[in-house]
Design a protein around this ligand. Structure first.
Ligand SMILES: [Ca+2]
Length: 735
């Protein structure tokens, strides 16, 4: 098989103090990312993937699909050695162990224009984080990011809502409790929406110095755009991990990607830089803005000679340089801003001229002589630790500077701008270089080899931000579309008083909202809540407005408030309450407020859920009956103690006579209503009214015509005998 060499993909063991540690074991597992030519047609892509898969299977390598035009290939070192004709060796450098190939990757010649690069054979640390911890004695003035946003005239009343911002981290992690505490310090009541994303097995792992980078990046962006969705991509610190993290952020829809990590161009292989640059170019076509720190080691970038830092030197990356900020005593305005340089080798902004990348066309207007190469940086902002950023980490406030603060600072600004104009500004350099006045020109200071000057310079680029000026420029050159109003509500029905939460879903970034709730109430909040106190059906409308125009959506009869449902008041009666066993009783529900379910207990452990149950008492006794009546508003229970009395009188006994008369005294003629109250089964009665008159009625009425005292007797009879009850001088009749 003929082979094509991917130049620059092998390890240069002459660089730095590298110790060789022997061949990689045959069964050592290696994970790689294959970068395919993004201009392949779908048909060529499919064929290439099929070819690669077949080839890899022959070498026991497993192919998994990844982002578009990328594959992940995993397998043993022996498989890679044979498949790619490489020689995998272990190395150690500054106590860091890694593996790499000593010979360049060779791929089948037919893949020459199809496979651009294979990342992952070299796992040495590729990048450093560009933060600088404060030295307490040096601190003069330090800032919360929100204060810098004011000093740099960032547009206000914007919080990054609906913006998705990615942060790349190659180590460390954050504790969300630190960030929440930070928000309390800033006086921001809603907590930020931060999601950590695991790339190539790395994860949010607080516990080393890189935590300062992670927390610096995250807190600056969250402070400036607290409403944004912030995604933190954690990846291994290798050229593959770094690449995969950026690729994942782009493919997951981040419109802004902030990078605070990098290394001098000379530390990178040309093949890796080429692959990254292609990735950044693809981001520019997807309206994704990539920002990167320009480095913290002055014009040398920590290497021999003058160097710029990659990835910030990619012409598709917005390179962020650093300044020192001096403010008025009341911290209201910037009085002086110069190049950050406390030590041109170790504590100064990066910047200079790329050795790798040609001058991009947007730098054609730059007066500075770039010798046909890319000049770095593009923009700048406060980075001197002496005028650094207050952040909160590991339970305390610390001050940090470095160009790695500038990338999130500008990322936050672009988050506000994207929200305001309703779309992503994406690849910003052409606009920026055509309108450098949206930046504040820095003209004083140097970073070692290079000196600031009027206009673009290799220390601070076009300068620090004038946020509102940049927004005005982007709004005028690219006005937002008018909003398309949309909303939802929850709940949309229920009993009055009904509290409804409305949610604005309008697109194209409205800046004001006008709600009409249909009951003569209105609101100008974005997401209002409204209480409907009266039953009815309501039509709701929302008008969403931005600088370009307005749009109204009306939802007819959208909210229904039903009459209030009251808790039932339980009540009941029955057809009878006393009698001889067995006694069959029909209970009648008399509850009010429309119960929908019933629970009866009959006093002997039995229950019923019927509304009007019939129950047969077998045994004698006194029974306490209760009813619980229920509807959606609640329940109520009524209990009637000893409500049902069942007598034990046997069927073979005569009745027990008892009666009353009403009234028992009065003037003649006196009409008295007698009522039989005898126990037992009475089949006949004889009433003797005491005036030589008798009756056999059940409950007779008798009229006494003459005055006198009358003794009344009731004789109650059934088939087993009679019983007599006499009340002496019971009725008293006067003249
Ligand atoms: Ca300048």
């Amino acid at each position: 098989m003929f082979r094509y060499t991917l130049n620059g993909t092998h390890h240069d063991a002459t660089r730095g103090l590298v110790k060789s540690m022997g061949a990689v074991e045959k069964d050592h597992v290696i994970s790689t990312t294959w970068v395919l030519n993004p201009s392949l047609s779908q048909k060529d892509l499919d064929k290439t993937v099929a070819d690669i898969t077949k080839f890899c299977q022959q070498h026991n390598l497993i192919v998994e699909p990844d982002h578009p035009y990328h594959l992940k290939v995993k397998g043993n070192a022996s498989g890679f050695n044979k498949a790619l004709m490489v020689n995998m060796q272990h190395f150690e450098k500054e106590n860091h162990k890694y593996h790499a190939t000593t010979t360049p990757i060779k791929i089948p010649t037919t893949w020459k224009d199809k496979v651009h690069n294979i990342l992952g054979l070299d796992t040495q640390k590729i990048a450093k984080p560009y933060f600088h911890l404060f030295k307490e004695k040096d601190i003069t003035t330090t800032f919360y990011p929100t204060k810098l946003a004011q000093l740099y005239n960032f547009p206000t009343n914007l919080d990054g809502t609906n913006q998705k911002i990615g942060i790349i981290e190659l180590g460390g992690g954050y504790n969300i409790s630190d960030i929440n505490t930070y928000f309390t310090q800033l006086g921001i009541s809603t907590l930020p929406k931060i999601t950590s994303v695991s790339v190539d097995g790395a994860s949010n792992s607080p516990g080393d110095d890189a935590d300062y980078e992670v927390v610096l990046d995250t807190e600056i962006i969250a402070a400036i755009v607290p409403g944004a969705n912030i995604y933190v991509y954690f990846a291994p610190n290798s050229d593959r991990g770094f690449y995969d993290a950026i690729n994942t952020a782009i493919n997951q829809g981040c419109s802004i990607v902030s990078i605070s990590w990098g290394a001098p161009e000379t530390y990178w292989s040309t093949s890796s830089m080429s692959s990254y640059n292609s990735l950044f170019q693809s981001a520019s076509t997807k309206n994704v803005t990539i920002l990167a720190a320009a480095g913290d080691n002055g014009s040398s970038d920590g290497a021999v000679g003058n160097n710029v830092d990659f990835p910030s030197s990619s012409p598709y990356v917005l390179a962020c340089g650093g300044t020192k900020l001096v403010v008025a005593n009341d911290v209201s305005v910037i009085t002086q801003e110069t190049v950050w340089n406390n030590n041109s080798l170790s504590n100064a902004t990066g910047g200079g001229i790329s050795r790798v990348f040609a001058k991009p066309s947007y730098q054609n207007n730059v007066a500075y002589n770039l010798n046909g190469k890319r000049g770095v940086p593009d923009i700048s902002g406060d980075a001197d630790p002496n005028t650094g950023y207050k952040i909160y980490i590991r339970g305390r406030t610390v001050v940090i500077g470095g160009t790695s603060a500038v990338s999130p600072l500008w990322s936050g600004l672009l988050g506000r701008i994207n929200q305001s104009i309703g779309h992503s500004v994406g690849y910003l350099q052409p606009t920026l270089y055509n309108n450098p006045s949206v930046c504040k020109d820095i003209t004083q200071g140097n970073n070692g080899a290079f000196t600031a000057s009027t206009g673009w310079d290799p220390c601070t680029g076009n300068g620090s931000p004038n946020g509102q000026a940049l927004l005005n420029l982007l709004t005028s050159t690219n006005p937002p579309a008018a909003p398309v109003a949309a909303f939802t509500a929850s709940p949309t029905s229920g009993s009055a008083t009904l509290l409804v939460n409305f949610t604005d879903n309008s697109t194209n970034s409205p800046t004001s909202w006008s709600w009409n709730f249909g009951d003569n109430s209105t609101s100008n909040l974005r997401n209002p809540s409204h209480s409907y106190t009266n039953p009815g059906t309501y039509t709701v409308s929302l008008t969403a407005t931005n600088t370009t125009g307005s749009n109204t959506i009306t939802k007819n009869n959208y909210i229904t408030a039903t009459p209030q449902i009251l808790v039932p008041v339980a009540a009941f009666s029955s057809n009878q309450t006393t009698g001889q066993k067995p006694l069959t009783v029909t209970f009648i529900d008399q509850s009010t407020n429309n119960p929908t379910s019933w629970k009866w207990t009959f006093g002997n452990g039995t229950t019923s859920t019927l509304q009007n149950p019939t129950y047969k008492y077998i045994n004698s006794g006194n029974y306490t009956v209760s009813l619980r009546a229920t509807n959606s508003a609640g329940s109520n229970t009524i209990t009637k103690t000893n409500y049902i009395k069942v007598t034990s009188t046997s069927n073979h006994s005569p009745p027990i006579a008892a009666f009353i008369g009403v009234p028992v005294t009065g003037q003649r003629p006196l009409s008295v209503q007698f009522t039989d109250q005898s126990a037992g089964n009475v089949t006949s009665r004889t009433w003797n009214f005491g005036d030589s008159t008798i009756s056999h009625a059940s409950n007779p009425t008798h009229i006494y015509n003459r005055p006198g005292n009358y003794t009344v007797t009731l004789t109650a009879t059934n088939s087993y005998g009679s019983n007599k009850n006499t009340k002496s001088n019971y009725i008293k009749v006067t003249n």
